[in-house]
Design a protein around this ligand. Structure first.
Ligand code: 13P
Length: 250
């Protein structure tokens, strides 16, 4: 049985006081939750506030990006060691917004993922096709390529430290969720691709999250699908009540 994960990606939202207010509201709402792991990814500046506020709770804190080097002259970048020191236990890698606006490539995704795993954190690695790629019938090929070139050279044991998030770009922030059938088809394909590279048991244990306009009213249908092991939530994770409702999808 794969343990579900509900993760919130705040993107470039929330100051430290807003972060404090969020956790003050969220924590009592999810205190009794046992059925899934809960992860929140605030911006870098709010990480320590989030770590302090969630100490002793079941909420884990994630960064949204990382550099693969340990330290060095890389202005504006942050290393795995620094994130670990700040109390993060997860890092999101290869989000489509980073691929689209900041030139992140499959090669960087691989370097970052390796660095995260080596540094003892867990990587939430994002893949997903654009609308034009889907319309051209290339969705499966694009995602298979992202998996093979970004994640195809890890070791079997590394795989237990990664989580994959399938986020079709056309569903992000658009209110247009992939149907559970479209998501399930891609999740099964992703798992199959991993099974071609790694041992079947490792591919079977891999957790694959869906992301793209996940809301309290569509989460439970998505979670009923066999290969969907959780969600990476953007907009709806900014509000404690809606994020709590998604966490309590059962
Ligand atoms: P939305 O839930 O706002 O569509 O964002 C999804 C996403 O990009 C999460 O990483």
């Amino acid at each position: 049985m794969r343990r579900p994960i509900i993760a919130g990606n705040w993107k470039m939202f929330k100051t430290r006081p807003e972060t404090s207010a969020f956790f003050t509201a969220l924590i009592p709402l999810v205190r009794d939750v046992q059925h899934c792991d809960i992860v929140v990814a605030p911006p870098f500046t709010a990480l320590s506030t989030a770590v302090d506020q969630t100490e002793g709770t079941r909420v884990a804190i994630s960064a949204q990006n990382v550099h693969w080097e340990d330290q060095g002259a890389f202005t504006g970048e942050v290393s795995v060691r620094m994130l670990s020191d700040a109390g993060c236990t997860y890092v999101i890698v290869g989000h489509s917004e980073r691929r689209q606006y900041f030139g992140e490539t499959d090669d960087w995704v691989e370097k970052k993922t390796r660095a995260v795993v080596k540094g003892g954190l867990k990587a939430i690695v994002c893949v997903g096709e654009t609308l034009s790629e889907r319309d051209a019938g290339q969705a499966l090929d694009v995602v298979r390529r992202q998996v093979r070139s970004g994640l195809g050279r890890l070791t079997g044991p590394d795989l237990s430290h990664i989580i994959v998030a399938y986020e079709p770009v056309w569903a992000i922030g658009t209110g247009r969720t992939a149907t559970p059938e479209i998501a399930a088809e891609m999740h099964a394909e992703i798992r199959k691709t991993f099974a071609e590279i790694y041992k079947a048991a490792a591919a079977d244990a891999l957790r694959i999250l869906y992301g793209g306009s996940v809301k309290p009213d569509n989460i439970s249908t998505l979670m009923k699908k066999e290969d969907i092991d959780g969600a990476l939530v953007g907009g709806a994770s900014l509000d404690p009540a809606s994020f709590a409702a998604i966490i309590k999808y059962i």
